[in-house]
Ligand binder design. Structure first.
Ligand code: DQA
Length: 144
């Protein structure tokens, strides 16, 4: 069965109450529920996780690579800082769609640089919770 891992980084567990003007009011659980429905319809197994730790995201990218899963990755602020996450994507060759709820290019300049974009298949940002749904559709052609 085709497999998608949705990996969420720091502070995304606070969605729903975190800066709603920027990130909306949908919770991470709400996003998972919608994605699980889409995955079922597409006959894809979907694993959905969140961590506040950079190394855990690295471990999960290794696992996704071994499992030949496609990945939707919202690495939160680690997007803009983490060479370790960049290297994990390169090292495993895992197919990643980078996801952001907010339009990072319309925000502070420190959010304009991503260490993930150069090793991602593509980037979807700015559509709130719907960014994840668009990213799910985008990863489908890359699934083994
Ligand atoms: C984010 C954007 C990042 O700049 C920020 O640090 C986040 C969330 C987004 O989904 O819009 O934590 O990845």
């Amino acid at each position: 069965m085709k497999l998608v891992h949705v990996l969420n980084g720091p502070n995304l567990n606070l969605l729903g109450t975190r800066e709603p003007a920027t990130y909306g009011t949908v919770t991470l659980k709400g996003i998972e529920t919608v994605l699980q429905k889409k995955a079922k319809a597409a006959k894809v197994k979907l694993v959905f996780k969140q961590t506040n730790r950079e190394g855990e995201l690295v471990d999960w990218l290794h696992e996704a690579g071994h499992a030949k899963a496609g990945v939707l990755l919202n690495a939160g602020a680690y997007t803009h800082t983490s060479i370790a996450i960049h290297d994990a994507i390169r090292a495993t060759g895992v197919s990643v769609v980078e996801v952001h709820l907010s339009n990072v290019f319309a925000r502070e300049t420190f959010r304009h640089h991503s260490f993930i974009s150069p090793v991602a298949k593509g980037v979807i940002c700015g559509f709130g919770a719907q960014s994840y749904e668009l990213a799910f559709d985008a990863i489908l052609p890359y699934l083994a």
